[in-house]
Design a protein around this ligand. Structure first.
Ligand code: IPE
Ligand code: IPE
Ligand code: MG
Length: 230
């Protein structure tokens, strides 16, 4: 990547297209998800090397949790078990912090525990945070924040609202990438995306490698972010 390119602080990644990747190859969807996990491992290393501070990956939406067949959800849980079982130590050792956003209380207990340990054992003051959106929905997050503020009372301000979201303390995403060809957010970081640059690609997530990621960052660097100014 050219030296003039500046990394965004926070990238959101909607990892879509695993099922279609598998279907094209006449493989079960679960294999598409497994390939997607490999792509994620490579991309998170790459993002850290580029100096990106936060990578938030959309791995399971509230709608996926409610609407995908039980068998597919079990397969995804298996992948989470495998991912966190194998990669957590390496991630931590490399100086990366793990954060979870979403409601994981309905996940199998052993996974919820792995995820909680992943957050708890993260190194202090890490320069890179890998944030997993799991059973995450932007609307759900906003309603929870509203409930919290209502129960606490007092003035409702943007600052207090932001602090009541799962992402409290994180900067808003500068860039949101969606793979898989759909042109929508599908309930991802609705509040936080207010001024994110959006990048859509037809590349299916298992095929979305480092070069594709670099293309998105290069495109981001060409954008003129005005934040309502002139
Ligand atoms: C995205 O891939 C990953 C999850 C939602 C878990 P999909 O499973 O949505 O893949 P497509 O969109 O059917 O190809
Ligand atoms: C969005 O993908 C959610 C994740 C990538 C985790 P979906 O495949 O669920 O989105 P829709 O249904 O096409 O909007
Ligand atoms: Mg999809």
């Amino acid at each position: 990547m050219p030296a003039a390119i500046k990394p965004p602080r926070h990238v959101g990644l909607i990892m879509d297209g695993n099922g279609r990747w598998a279907k094209k190859r006449l493989l079960p969807r679960s294999l598409g998800h497994a390939e997607g996990m490999k792509a994620l491992i490579a991309l998170s290393r790459h993002a850290k090397e580029l100096g990106i501070e936060y990578l938030t990956v959309y791995a399971l939406s509230t709608e996926n949790m409610a609407s995908r067949p039980r068998e597919e959800l079990e397969g995804l849980f298996g992948l989470l078990r495998q991912y966190f079982g194998k990669n957590l130590k390496e991630l931590h050792a490399s100086g990366a912090r793990v954060k979870i956003i979403g409601d994981i209380s309905a996940f199998p207990a052993d996974i919820a525990e792995l995820l909680a340990d992943g957050e708890k054992n993260s190194p202090e003051g890490a320069a890179f945070t890998l944030c997993f959106a799991l059973n995450y929905g932007g609307r759900d997050e906003i309603v929870r924040a509203a409930q919290k503020l209502a129960s606490e009372g007092g003035a409702v301000t943007e600052e207090r609202f932001s602090d009541a979201l799962y992402t409290a303390g994180m900067p808003a995403p500068d860039l949101i990438i969606r793979t898989g060809g759909e042109l929508r957010l599908s309930n991802f970081l609705l509040w936080q995306a207010a001024y994110a640059e959006l990048y859509f690609t037809d590349v299916l997530f298992p095929d979305f490698g480092e070069r594709e990621f670099d293309k998105a960052i290069a495109e981001y660097n060409k954008r003129n972010r005005r934040f309502g100014g002139v």
